[in-house]
Design a protein around this ligand. Structure first.
Ligand SMILES: [Zn+2]
Length: 72
């Protein structure tokens, strides 16, 4: 799977959601850093993740996810 990260993947492992107390790791999703816990999406500008709550947008997962193998 190709992620097309604009920054090193090691950085992604260090990033955490600033809005969540337990700082869950962020997911890279469609050019945004998405927090799975609070569903905030943080932008990346010029390769720099903007981890500011006021800069975040509400992440809404697509209603129909085209994933071939979905386990419930
Ligand atoms: Zn969060």
């Amino acid at each position: 799977m190709k992620m097309n990260l604009p920054f090193p993947v090691e950085l992604l492992e260090k990033l955490a959601c600033p809005a969540c107390a337990h700082r869950p790791p962020l997911r890279w999703q469609e050019c945004l850093l998405v927090c799975a816990a609070c569903h905030r999406a943080y932008p990346v500008r010029d390769g720099i993740p903007v981890l500011l709550v006021e800069e975040s947008t509400k992440w809404e997962p697509p209603p129909t996810e085209p994933s071939p193998e979905e386990h419930s």
